[in-house]
Write a protein that binds this ligand. Structure first.
Ligand SMILES: Nc1ncnc2c1ncn2[C@@H]1O[C@H](COP(=O)(O)OP(=O)(O)OP(=O)(O)O)[C@@H](O)[C@H]1O
Length: 612
C-alpha cells in the first residue's frame, strides 16, 4: 500500500468540501451518478471502437447500496473504470483549467463561495461534504484492480487489489446525520430515491436501488415539450454543463425528413469559467438515437458559440461516426447552420421579450459572441443585430446598433466608434473632442476582440463604421472647409519642418479638425492598425514593423499658436524639443505609451525648471 499526497489545489478544494458552506449537500449523489453515467458511456463507446475488448456491455447500469448499520452508501457502476495511473491523475490532482483562478476568486469573496463552487463543479470531491472517509475500488478493462481511500485530509492511500469487478464503486462512510447542519440520513432508501428522481431521472442508464430501477431514463429531448418541466430541463442542463445554476434559456429544435434530428440547447446565466481559456470546454454533445457519442462536438457548434450547451440527437448517423466523418458530412454542415441560426434568433427574441435576461447574457458571453463577426461571415448581420455596445449616449446602458442608428443626427453617414483599453481612456481621448462638440454619439469599444472585428466589418444597415481615431473627420460646411484650407497654408512651413523633425515617429504632421481643447493628437490612416492592436500582437510574440501614425495639431490652441509664432521668428533648436514634447503629450492623452519615458520626463523637467 502506498500513501500519496494530494496536489495542493486538490487539497484546498477538499478542505472546502469538508468544511462545506454549500447548503445543498444532496448534490454529491448527483455528481457520483453523473460520473458513473459518463463511465458507462465511455465503456460502450470503447467497445464499439475496440472489437477485441473483452468486456460485457449487455447490462450496463448503476447500483446504489446503503447500509444503515455501517452508515455507508455505495455508488457502483460497471463502466470504463480507471487504471492506477488514472486514479492518481484524476482523483489526486485537479488538472481542470481555471482551478487557480477559481481558488483566487474564492479567497477574494468568501461571501458568495457557494455560487462559485457551483460554477466550478467539484465533482467527486463533493463526497467529502457528507462523508468522513471515501473508498473507491475500480478496474479498467486493460488493467488490474485498484483501491483508493482517503479521509480528505492531505493524503490518500492506494493499493492494487486482486478481485475488483469491472467498473468503479465509490463507498462513502457517512458523517452522522444532523438536522442542524442540514445533513439528512443518506442511507434511507426514500431519501436516495428522491434525490435520484430529482437530479438524475433522465440518465440513460438504469439506476438501481434494492433491485429496482428508480430513474425513468427518458431522454428529455425526445419527450413532447409540453411534458417537460423547467426543473427537469434545469437538472439536465446541470448534468451536461457542470454548471450548478439554472440555464437562462432553453432552446428546442426538431427536424423531420431525410435527415432527422432533435436538439436541446441551453444558454447559460453565467459564463463558464473557462470561456476564454482555449483548452477545456464542453459544448454540445452528439447522440445517435439516444446513445451518447461525443462531448464538445465542434462540428455542431462554432467556437464563438462555445457557451451554448446541450445535446443534438441525430437519427441517421452510424454509432461509429468519427470526427473525420462528421467534418465531411454535408448533412452535418446543414444541421450546424440551422443550429447556429436558431441560437442567434433565440438570442434576438430574448432581446425583445426579456431585455434584462438578454443584457445579463450579453454581459457574460458578449465578448465571445463578437468573435463570430470575424469567423462567421454568413451570419454577420444576425450577430450585429444582437450585439450591444457602450456608447457616449449613456454612462451605464449599452446600446444596440439599431438604436444608435435611430439616434443618428440628420446628415450623419457613419457609425462612429473608438477602441481603447477602457471607457475612461476612450472618453478622455482627444480624438473625441470634435465629435463631442458637434454632438455625435460614439460607440466605446473596449474588448480586445473589438480591435479585430472593426477592421473586418465595413457597415451595418448601409452605415459605414468609422473610427474617430482614424482618417480625417468630415467637415460639414463650405466655410469650415475654406477656413481650414487657409489655416493649412498659414501653417504649411511649420508642418513640413515638424514632419521632418519627428520623421522617426510620425509619417505626417497636419492640422486637425477634430480637436477643440487639446493641442494635439495622433491618428491613424484608415487602414493602419491601432496602438492597442499593435500591443496585442506584440503580447502574442509577433514582431511588427514600426507603425508611424499622423500627428494632428490644433491651430487654435495657445501652445500651437505660440509654436507657430516662435517658428516664424526663426527659432529652431529649442523647437525640436517642443515638437517632441507635443508628440509625447498626444500619445499620453490617448492612453498610449512613450517609446522613451525617461527622455520625455527630462524634457518636461527642463521646461518646468525654466518657469521658476
Ligand atoms: N465512476 C467513475 N468511473 C470512471 N472514471 C471516473 C469515475 N468517477 C470519476 N472518474 C474520473 O475522474 C475524473 C474526475 O472526476 P470529477 O467528478 O472530480 O470531475 P469531472 O466529472 O471530470 O468534472 P466535474 O468536476 O465538473 O464533475 C472524471 O473526469 C473521470 O475521468
Amino acid at each position: 500500500m502506498e500513501t500519496l499526497e494530494f496536489q495542493s489545489e486538490a487539497r484546498q478544494l477538499l478542505q472546502l468540501m469538508i468544511h462545506s458552506i454549500y447548503s445543498n449537500k444532496d448534490t454529491f449523489l448527483r455528481e457520483l451518478v453523473s460520473n458513473a453515467s459518463d463511465a458507462l458511456d465511455k465503456l460502450r463507446l470503447e467497445s464499439f471502437r475496440d472489437k477485441d475488448m473483452d468486456v460485457d456491455v449487455d447490462d450496463l447500469h448503476i447500483v446504489i447500496e446503503s447500509d444503515p448499520a455501517a452508515r455507508t452508501l455505495t455508488v457502483r457502476d460497471n463502466g470504463i473504470g480507471m487504471t492506477r495511473e488514472d486514479v492518481v491523475r484524476l482523483i489526486g490532482t485537479i488538472a481542470k483549467s481555471g482551478t487557480a483562478e477559481f481558488l483566487k476568486q474564492l479567497k477574494e469573496q468568501q461571501q458568495s463561495s457557494s455560487d462559485l463552487i457551483g460554477q466550478f463543479g467539484i465533482g467527486f470531491y463533493s463526497s467529502f461534504m457528507v462523508a468522513d472517509k471515501v473508498t473507491l475500488v475500480t478496474r479498467h478493462p486493460h488493467a488490474g484492480g485498484v483501491r483508493w481511500e482517503s479521509t480528505g485530509e492531505s493524503t490518500y492511500t492506494i493499493e492494487d487489489v486482486e478481485d475488483a469487478p469491472q467498473g468503479t464503486s465509490v463507498t462513502l462512510h457517512l458523517k452522522p446525520s444532523d438536522d442542524e447542519d442540514k445533513l439528512p440520513d443518506y442511507t434511507e432508501p426514500a431519501k436516495i430515491r428522491e434525490i435520484v428522481k430529482r437530479y438524475s431521472d433522465f440518465i440513460t442508464w438504469p439506476v438501481r436501488l434494492g433491485g429496482e430501477d428508480i430513474n425513468s431514463r427518458k431522454a428529455l429531448w425526445a419527450r413532447p415539450a409540453s411534458e417537460v418541466s423547467e426543473e427537469e430541463y434545469a437538472e439536465f442542463y446541470r448534468h451536461i454543463s457542470h454548471d450548478w445554476n439554472a440555464p437562462l434559456e432553453t432552446i428546442r429544435m426538431q427536424a423531420e425528413g431525410a435527415f432527422e434530428y432533435q436538439a436541446l440547447l441551453f444558454l447559460p446565466a453565467q459564463a463558464p469559467l473557462d470561456l476564454f481559456m482555449r483548452d477545456s470546454r464542453r459544448g454540445v454533445q452528439l447522440y445517435v438515437k439516444r446513445v451518447f457519442i461525443m462531448d464538445d462536438c465542434a462540428e455542431l457548434m462554432p467556437e464563438y458559440l462555445r457557451f451554448v450547451k446541450g445535446v443534438v440527437d441525430a437519427a441517421d448517423l452510424s454509432l461509429n461516426v468519427s470526427r473525420e466523418i462528421l467534418q465531411q458530412d454535408r448533412q452535418i454542415q446543414l444541421m450546424r447552420r440551422r443550429l447556429v441560426k436558431k441560437v442567434l434568433s433565440s438570442i434576438k427574441s430574448l432581446q425583445s421579450s426579456r431585455p434584462d435576461d438578454y443584457a445579463k447574457l450579453w454581459g457574460e458571453v458578449g465578448a465571445a459572441l463578437k468573435e463570430g463577426l470575424l469567423s462567421d461571415v454568413d451570419n454577420r448581420t444576425a450577430i450585429l443585430d444582437i450585439c450591444s455596445f457602450a456608447s457616449t449616449h449613456s454612462e451605464t446602458e449599452l446600446t444596440t446598433l439599431a438604436s444608435y442608428i435611430s439616434r443618428m443626427k440628420e446628415g450623419q453617414e457613419h457609425i462612429y466608434y473608438m477602441t481603447g483599453d477602457s471607457r475612461t481612456a476612450v472618453e478622455h481621448s482627444p480624438h473625441m473632442e470634435a465629435l463631442r462638440a458637434k454632438g455625435y454619439e460614439v460607440l466605446i469599444l473596449t474588448d480586445p476582440i473589438d480591435e479585430m472585428w472593426v477592421d473586418a466589418v465595413p457597415s451595418y444597415e448601409e452605415k459605414l463604421f468609422q473610427s474617430v481615431a482614424k482618417g480625417q473627420v468630415d467637415l460639414e460646411t463650405e466655410e469650415e472647409k475654406s477656413a481650414a484650407a487657409e489655416k493649412a497654408s498659414e501653417f504649411a512651413d511649420l508642418l513640413t519642418w515638424m514632419g521632418s523633425a519627428l520623421a522617426e515617429d510620425v509619417k505626417e504632421v497636419r492640422l486637425s479638425t477634430r480637436l477643440t481643447t487639446s493641442p494635439a493628437c495622433v491618428v491613424g490612416d484608415d487602414h493602419d492598425i491601432t496602438p492597442t492592436l499593435e500591443k496585442m500582437y506584440k503580447a502574442m510574440g509577433q514582431e511588427l514593423p514600426k507603425i508611424k501614425r499622423i500627428l494632428e495639431l490644433n491651430p487654435s490652441h495657445p501652445l500651437v499658436e505660440g509654436l507657430h509664432k516662435a517658428f516664424a521668428g526663426g527659432e529652431r533648436e529649442s523647437l525640436a524639443d517642443t515638437a517632441e514634447l507635443i508628440y509625447g503629450m498626444a500619445l499620453l492623452a490617448e492612453g498610449g505609451e512613450l517609446a522613451d519615458p525617461s527622455r520625455f520626463v527630462k524634457l518636461v523637467a527642463d521646461r518646468v525648471q525654466r518657469t521658476f
